[in-house]
Design a protein around this ligand. Structure first.
Ligand SMILES: *Cc1c(COP(=O)(O)O)cnc(C)c1O
Length: 314
């Protein structure tokens, strides 16, 4: 049974802590607030949007949830399906790590390994679709954005209005959710710093071009940011809200993860380290704010040992 009392909570994600970091605040010379999405049970903020999408598709009659991510999206779909009592199929390529496969299987999902690259796994997942199934996209679905937006509602409810928000961008689902949250709380004037790593910087490239750009390949270790092109909605937001791009190196992202681990004792992926590293660069939008909100998006795909190995250049 997913829950002892057999009753489902209103939402599948948890309300996360909002921490004012003493060490980061002292170093940055302003209040640095961490929204601790790393503490969501499946390990990342994806619990919010994917939880909301899975719950909605179940209400609409979905008999199975299908997804093609071996990363945090796959884990969040598997987790959500287990809580909802809806079967889940996750199709991953052969390159998906044993640790990720185990995590998905441990949530009770059916794991299918297919193809050498994600695109082949995704095509296979689509071929498994039936009219009564729901396909869960990792970032490009308004239901996801609606779910992610709840993290900003929680910050508003805590009585903290940031002067800037720093977050990581992969396909832009988190960005679209945070912007929806800022807008619905009346925070139209709060700029967003969109962090990526070199080699996964499809949003920076798209902003510069003024249109969706597709990268030829992803070369960053921050694989959770590895969308070759961002969703269209992420580009649309940049026309109506102040969004500043900040591209950091893998080394900066890993260094920021290690500093966060040392100071806050929590492991996060380089995908999340990108936002922490962008903060450390003190872009103008950060230095203009007395309170800065950083979305600590988390990620289940890293260990302390691996962060140290990356840092040594292994
Ligand atoms: C998915 C993910 C991202 C990127 O989110 P998008 O919605 O694709 O922009 C960043 N960090 C972590 C840990 C993730 O799992």
């Amino acid at each position: 049974m997913p829950h002892a009392n057999n009753a489902l909570p209103a939402s599948l994600h948890i309300v996360t802590p909002l921490l004012r970091s003493t060490s980061f605040s002292a170093r940055l010379g302003r209040s640095v607030w961490f929204k601790m999405e790393a503490l969501q049970p499946p390990g990342s903020f994806k619990a919010r949007g994917i939880g909301h999408a899975c719950q909605t598709y179940k209400e609409w009659g979905a008999k199975r949830l299908v997804c093609s991510s071996g990363g945090n999206a796959g884990i969040a779909v598997a987790y959500s399906g287990r809580l909802l009592g809806v079967p889940v199929t996750v199709v991953v390529p052969e390159t998906t790590s044993a640790a990720a496969r185990e995590r998905i299987a441990a949530e009770g999902a059916e794991l299918v390994v297919y193809g050498r690259a994600w695109s082949e796994a995704n095509d296979h997942a689509l071929s498994l679709m039936r009219p009564e199934y729901a396909f869960i996209h990792p970032f490009d679905d308004p239901l996801l954005w609606e779910g992610h937006a709840t993290m900003i509602d929680e910050v508003a409810a805590a009585g903290v209005k940031p002067g800037a928000v720093v977050l990581s961008v992969g396909g832009g689902g988190l960005l679209c959710g945070v912007l929806a949250g800022l807008e619905r709380n009346g925070w139209h004037d709060v700029p967003v710093i969109a962090a990526e790593t070199v080699g996964a910087d499809s949003y920076a490239a798209s902003l510069a071009a003024g249109a969706q750009v597709e990268l030829p390949a992803i070369t960053s270790i921050a694989t959770s940011l590895g969308a070759r092109s961002p969703c269209a909605k992420a580009l649309e937001w940049s026309k109506v809200h102040s969004i500043v791009s900040e591209v950091v190196t893998d080394k900066e992202a890993v260094g920021a993860c290690l500093r966060f681990l040392a100071e806050h004792r929590i492991v996060v992926e380089p995908a999340c380290g990108a936002a922490l590293a962008a903060l450390e660069r003190k872009p103008a939008a950060v230095t203009a704010a007395s309170d800065v909100l950083v979305i600590v998006c988390g990620g289940a795909g890293a260990t302390a040992e691996q962060l140290q190995a990356w840092d040594r250049g292994a």
